[in-house]
Design a protein around this ligand. Structure first.
Ligand SMILES: C[S@@+](CC[C@H](N)C(=O)[O-])C[C@H]1O[C@@H](n2cnc3c(N)ncnc32)[C@H](O)[C@@H]1O
Length: 292
């Protein structure tokens, strides 16, 4: 029996994608707060400055139906090409229909698989690429994901990602405050449908929501939905709630450099624009320098 379901098990079937959209429409603060929508329009000026008059491509990772990317693109020139990628192909296709680009394609891919990422890097166009990663870092392990994206980033590519932050000073108390955004009927319906679809079948049980330390980084708060049964609890859903500093440390540890960040007024969500650190080629050794 797994101790934790992969995030893709909650999204990959079309019916689960539809249930997730219902959750998004009824519970996500993004659709109800204009400051959060603004967060996804603001970076366009900095991105325009970076690309100048050059053509660019858009690689939208874990894009779902592309709502956030469409806000960003409103004030950007039309990309030459668009690759919309999600574990749920019907959502990725919806994003490809919605977003403007001269050439479009949609793929199903697993961001946790190195094969999928290798495939991705082979599909990148020769133009500089803007990579978006919205709402995905909370669900997947942040360091391995950022590192594997960085590996295929070229000198002029940009990565714009969002993180759900813990509001306030204490990670645990901050996350407790926003627990009702997760522990509600639409979210339970979605997760219970994913549990029914999962194979091997999970034992009988019930869902409990809470805030726990991330198993890989104890000071990081994770909102979890656990399936309580007669054996060990199974983590069905988790959403990491880092502080700004924790996000900055992931950026550094992944070989990325922050160009700019935007945080919404309540401090619950932030967007970071980063670039890969290009390792300079080693200086030629000075033969006169003494060995230490
Ligand atoms: C919380 S939703 C965010 C969707 C959208 N980007 C947004 O911010 O509204 C997470 C998205 O990541 C996708 N996803 C989850 N696990 C994935 C994986 N392993 N590989 C690719 N996509 C994944 C889901 O299908 C879903 O569309």
């Amino acid at each position: 029996m797994p101790t934790e379901l992969p995030a893709s098990a909650l999204y990959s079937h079309p019916s689960l994608g539809r249930l997730w959209r219902k959750v998004h429409i009824s519970c996500s603060p993004f659709l109800h707060r204009t400051e959060l929508q603004r967060l996804y329009r603001l970076p366009s000026a900095r991105i325009r400055k970076h690309f100048g008059r050059r053509s660019y491509s858009l690689l939208a990772l874990g894009c779902a139906d592309g709502t956030k990317e469409s806000l960003l693109l409103k004030k950007l020139p039309k990309p030459t090409s668009l690759l919309a990628l999600d574990t749920n192909l019907s959502l990725a296709r919806r994003a490809a229909r919605r977003l403007p680009a001269f050439q479009k394609s949609a793929y199903r891919a697993d961001l946790t698989s190195s094969l999928s990422l290798q495939f991705l890097s082979s599909r990148l166009s020769p133009h500089p690429t803007l990579i978006t990663l919205f709402g995905v870092l909370p669900n997947l392990k942040p360091l391995p994901l950022l590192r594997s994206i960085r590996r295929f980033m070229r000198k002029d590519d940009l990565l714009l990602f969002s993180a759900n932050l813990t509001p306030g000073q204490s990670a645990h108390t901050g996350a407790l405050r926003i627990l009702p955004q997760y522990d509600n009927r639409p979210t339970r319906n979605w997760l219970e449908a994913a549990i029914l679809r999962y194979r091997p079948k999970l034992p009988k049980g019930h869902l409990e929501f809470g805030v726990f330390p991330d198993p890989k980084q104890k000071t990081l708060a994770r909102i979890e939905a656990r399936w309580m049964n007669n054996h060990l609890p199974i983590v069905i859903f988790s959403s990491r709630r880092p502080t700004r500093l924790q996000v900055e440390s992931w950026i550094q540890a992944s070989g990325l450099r922050r160009l700019k960040r935007w945080i919404e007024p309540r401090g619950e969500e932030g967007v970071w624009l980063v670039q890969s650190i290009i390792r300079p080629s080693p200086f030629p050794r000075d033969p006169k320098r003494k060995k230490r």
